[in-house]
Design a protein around this ligand. Structure first.
Ligand code: HEC
Ligand code: HEC
Ligand code: HEC
Ligand code: HEC
Ligand code: HEC
Ligand code: HEC
Ligand code: HEC
Length: 254
């Protein structure tokens, strides 16, 4: 799509702050020569999406300024639609955030910052897109638009990461809390997008105790870990490398 560069560069017409999310600053998208047409104008040709959209959290986004009312909908992500409609549709004269997340970053500045951290899913590189983890149109924004039967958030990760999400003989109960207890899927400064780079990742749930009868000794559960914590992380080679689960060892060591 030839327009993409021009679209993102041609914004900054006005700054509007959003009622529902204090501090949110939104620069409306622009497409040269096009104006905002409103959700109803999309219904003629995209009935299914317009029908399911009211359940999306994005349908609740409001702008105080009434002249911006048209933005509380389809065109907040797809840009002004008049030229797309006049030309009978197609990929010209409309923004598709599948190809470029700039539209999302207009409002989600914090998410943009996360994707710019050293370790991140390759969305800004164009190898992945927000829609693979978020349904932009439906009621469950954490369910990918592809529509797998999704009971838990982990299953959006399972599409691509089979090794960590398959059943194990010895499960790690931490998995029930979701992958995001240990990983930030948008990005992190830590290797593997971990939320912590050191044993604190594990000690949040596995309390470390000093043994009163044996001064200086550190226990985790019933196991004497004195000295271990100085060697490296809990998942260092030789220790609990099978953090996601193991088929051979209940202590998650292989
Ligand atoms: C006159 C019919 C018509 C109207 C009205 C219309 N579209 Fe479309 N649109 C199409 C057709 C045809 C396509 C190409 C086939 C498809 O993807 O469904 C399309 C494709 C799209 C695409 C995908 C573009 C791509 O290839 O990446 C988006 C996004 C889109 N439309 C958004 C909108 C929005 C938002 C509105 C309302 C402002 C709208 N459309 C109104 C006919 C229309
Ligand atoms: C929160 C941002 C957002 C809003 C609001 C939004 N869309 Fe989309 N739209 C997307 C994204 C992201 C994609 C790409 C989806 C994907 O990759 O599966 C998309 C894709 C599309 C497509 C291409 C066909 C398809 O299913 O991939 C059409 C058509 C479309 N949107 C129409 C609409 C209409 C009509 C509305 C309003 C009722 C709307 N969108 C509201 C983000 C949005
Ligand atoms: C016009 C500004 C705007 C744009 C553009 C926008 N969002 Fe949002 N988004 C919001 C607001 C405001 C909320 C909070 C809605 C609420 O609380 O009901 C939200 C909510 C969300 C949530 C749910 C957060 C939660 O905790 O429930 C996700 C996920 C999300 N947006 C992803 C996206 C993606 C992906 C795109 C681009 C395809 C996008 N947004 C584009 C303003 C926007
Ligand atoms: C690899 C999967 C994945 C991708 C790709 C992804 N997200 Fe998310 N996102 C998640 C998960 C999982 C959560 C829930 C995190 C939580 O509950 O703590 C989330 C939460 C959010 C939220 C609400 C919480 C917050 O951090 O503000 C927003 C907004 C959001 N994502 C926007 C986006 C946008 C915009 C993109 C694309 C630029 C995107 N996401 C790409 C998985 C993903
Ligand atoms: C659409 C496919 C897809 C989905 C869905 C997805 N990922 Fe990823 N994931 C990737 C790709 C691609 C990479 C980058 C691999 C690389 O750079 O070698 C990656 C990398 C990772 C890494 C770092 C791996 C490494 O070796 O550095 C972690 C951790 C991760 N993803 C966790 C998650 C979590 C948690 C979720 C769900 C919230 C998720 N992923 C959803 C495709 C996906
Ligand atoms: C208890 C914390 C924890 C949970 C929960 C967790 N991970 Fe991890 N994950 C880790 C650690 C620690 C590493 C780094 C392992 C290493 O460097 O050897 C890792 C590494 C990864 C990697 C890189 C490849 C690998 O296996 O080393 C991927 C991909 C990944 N995790 C995906 C997931 C997914 C998907 C989920 C949810 C089903 C998940 N993780 C849940 C702690 C966790
Ligand atoms: C969200 C909480 C949570 C986090 C974070 C967590 N775990 Fe666990 N883990 C559990 C629970 C619950 C059990 C089962 C009860 C128990 O043995 O304490 C368990 C069990 C284990 C076991 C088996 C213990 C045994 O004796 O059978 C090991 C080994 C383990 N975890 C290692 C780790 C490592 C390494 C990390 C960090 C990468 C970690 N855990 C992070 C909750 C967590």
């Amino acid at each position: 799509m030839v327009l993409a560069a021009g679209i993102s560069a041609g914004v900054a017409l006005m700054l509007v702050s959003c009622d529902t999310a204090p501090g949110l600053v939104f620069t409306p998208l622009a497409i040269p020569g096009a104006h905002y047409a409103g959700n109803q104008a999309c219904a003629d040709c995209h009935k299914d999406i317009v029908r399911k959209f009211p359940a999306s959290p994005h349908a609740r986004v409001h702008f105080g300024n009434s002249t911006m009312a048209g933005l509380a909908g389809c065109e907040s992500c797809h840009g002004p639609g008049s030229k797309h409609i006049e030309s009978g549709g197609g990929g010209n004269f409309i923004i598709n955030p599948r190809k470029d997340p700039t539209a999302c970053f207009q409002c989600h500045l914090g998410v943009s910052a996360e994707f710019n951290l050293p370790q991140h899913h390759p969305v800004i590189e164009g190898h992945m897109n927000c829609g693979q983890c978020h349904d932009p149109h439906g009621g469950d924004i954490f369910k990918p638009a592809g529509g797998l039967a999704m009971a838990r958030r982990n299953e959006s990760c399972a599409q691509c990461h089979r090794d960590q999400t398959r059943p194990f003989v010895f499960e790690h109960p931490a998995q029930r809390e979701g992958c995001i207890t240990c990983h930030n899927p948008h990005g992190s400064i830590n290797d593997k997008m971990l939320v912590e780079s050191d044993p604190n990742l594990c000690l949040r749930c596995h309390a470390q105790v000093q043994n009163a009868s044996k001064p200086g000794q550190i226990y985790i559960g019933n196991s004497n870990h004195t000295g271990y914590l100085t060697i490296g992380t809990c998942w260092t080679s030789g220790c609990h490398t099978a953090v996601h689960g193991s088929n051979v060892d209940p202590r998650l060591r292989y």
